[in-house]
Structures are given as structure tokens and as C-alpha cells.
Ligand binder design. Structure first.
Ligand code: ADP
Length: 260
């Protein structure tokens, strides 16, 4: 095993974060933010102290899915994350902007610095599991994030309409470079179950996730259907009320990291 290079920024002296899981995808719109949020909800339901760091600075969608209207408290000592209705701590650029609709028109280095500040200037209160909604792709910003924050594991989110094999290859290479273990793959928008006849339809084409996962010896953690309840709940800020158990077994896998 390669020695772990410690690029990491230190946390705020009053913070405590035990395990950090990065959620990545090849491009936007595959449901990476949904998977990050729903996984945090599932971990929280298991009784863990949970947090979300929204590193997708130019497309922050976490606060909206949780229906958060308030703003984070910025003091001389540090930034206090906002807590969701069920107690998930979260930090996102939208919690600092005056209006949700303000665009973030910063260049790469500033974006990366913002994420670093979410890590070191926020007072994270005894977090068992933190999920990071990473910016899509393998560009400059995600790379800097990985170099600054000690991520313990990665989850790759794909959808059948993507060039999944290329995305997985890139993510695997990036993870190897950074020496971060990959926990597994989540396929979102895999199929649609017709409520009239109970049949599954593969709207975005046939899935190749099992073959690709096999190639890299990675587990497929979940296959999530297209479900209008998901988009409605995210739109209305009610993700915590969603009853789907799509990510429960993924949460159980993440839970095992605690013992390591
Ligand atoms: P990303 O973070 O990858 O850009 P999002 O999580 O923001 O993607 O999802 C994009 C849109 O698709 C959102 O409106 C979300 O509510 C919706 N969505 C995500 N996953 C599903 C799903 N399985 N079924 C229905 N809608 C979904």
C-alpha cells in the first residue's frame, strides 16, 4: 500500500469530523446532489451525527432539497453550519449568499478556496459522517478539493445515458492518484417502474453498470429508479420526508467504515 500523502488542510480547532465521504460524478444532472442528500438522510436515520459539505459551488442544490431558508452564522470565531429539520449540519455557498438566485461567477482558484474554507473555517459539531457533494468531473476544482480535504472514501454516481465506462475509469484513476479508496458505484435513473403494470422500463437505455463494476472489482451499491416523488421532494425542500429505501444498504456499507 502506498503511503497516504497528507495534503490536508486542518479542521477548525472546535470541529470534529470522523469520516468523510466524497460523492462524485462525470457530469452534472445525474443526481449526484440527490444521492449525497439522501445518503446523509439515511445515515441520520441510522442515528449518526451527519453533515453535508456542498462543494458543488457553482451549482449548489443541497439547501433547496432540504428547504433551508436561513443563512449560516458568520462570527469572528468561525462559521456555524445550518441544521436541517432532522439535525443534519450543512454548509453551502447558498447559505452565505444574500439571495439563492445570485449566480456564483468566480474562477477556479476562488471556488477551490471557498471549499477549503468550508472545511477549515466552519465549526462542525461532532460529525460521525460527512458527505461532500463534489463538483462534477475531474477538473481543477475537484482535484484541489481532494488535495485539501482528507477524504476517506468515494462514491461514484452514474446514470445509464452517460459514457459510464469512461467516467468510472477517470474516477478510478483520480482516486488512485489521491490514494482514496472507492466505496462503490451508484446508478441513478436506472429504470422507471410503470405504476400501471409494475414493469420496469429502461428509459435511458440498457445499463452496463455491472460489467464496468466487475472490471474494476467495485461493488454496485444501489440502482435507483426514475421516480417523480424524488424530483418533487427535492423541488419542494422535503427530501427528509422521502420514504424510499434506495440507499439504505449503501448507508449500511458506509456505516462499516466506522470500525476501520
Ligand atoms: P447533479 O447533482 O448530478 O447535478 P441533481 O441531484 O441536482 O443532479 O439532480 C438533477 C435533477 O434530477 C433534480 O431536479 C433532481 O430532483 C432530479 N432527480 C435526481 N435523481 C432522480 C430520480 N432518481 N428520479 C427523479 N428525479 C431525479
Amino acid at each position: 500500500q502506498k503511503p497516504r500523502i497528507d495534503f490536508s488542510e486542518t479542521l477548525h480547532e472546535k470541529s470534529c469530523v470522523k469520516k468523510v465521504i466524497g460523492v462524485v460524478s462525470g457530469k452534472g444532472g445525474v443526481g449526484k446532489s440527490f444521492v449525497t442528500s439522501m445518503l446523509a438522510v439515511a445515515m441520520n436515520r441510522l442515528g449518526y451525527r451527519t453533515a453535508i459539505l456542498d462543494a458543488d459551488v457553482t451549482g449548489p442544490s443541497i439547501p433547496k432539497a432540504f428547504g433551508i431558508k436561513e443563512r449560516a452564522l458568520v462570527s469572528d470565531e468561525g462559521v456555524i453550519p445550518v441544521k436541517s429539520k432532522t439535525g443534519i449540519q450543512m454548509m453551502s455557498v447558498n447559505l452565505l449568499l444574500e439571495h439563492d438566485t445570485d449566480p456564483v461567477v468566480w474562477r477556479g482558484p476562488i471556488l477551490a478556496n471557498t471549499v477549503k474554507q468550508f472545511w477549515k473555517d466552519v465549526i462542525w459539531d461532532h460529525v460521525d459522517f460527512m458527505f461532500i457533494d463534489m463538483p462534477p468531473g475531474t477538473g481543477d476544482v475537484p482535484l484541489t478539493v481532494f488535495q485539501s480535504i482528507a477524504v476517506d472514501g468515494l462514491i461514484i454516481v452514474t446514470s445509464p445515458q452517460e459514457l459510464v465506462s469512461m467516467i468510472v475509469t477517470k474516477a478510478v484513476k483520480m482516486a488512485e492518484m489521491m490514494n482514496i479508496p472507492i466505496i462503490g458505484l451508484v446508478e441513478n435513473m436506472s429504470y422507471y417502474r410503470c405504476p400501471d403494470n409494475g414493469k420496469n422500463y429502461q428509459i435511458f437505455g440498457e445499463s452496463h453498470i455491472e460489467e464496468i463494476a466487475g472490471q474494476y472489482h467495485l461493488p454496485v451499491l444501489a440502482r435507483i429508479p426514475i421516480d417523480p416523488q424524488i424530483s418533487t421532494a427535492c423541488d419542494r425542500g422535503m427530501i427528509e420526508m422521502l420514504e424510499g429505501n434506495w440507499l439504505d444498504s449503501t448507508a449500511r456499507t458506509v456505516e462499516k467504515m466506522e470500525e476501520e
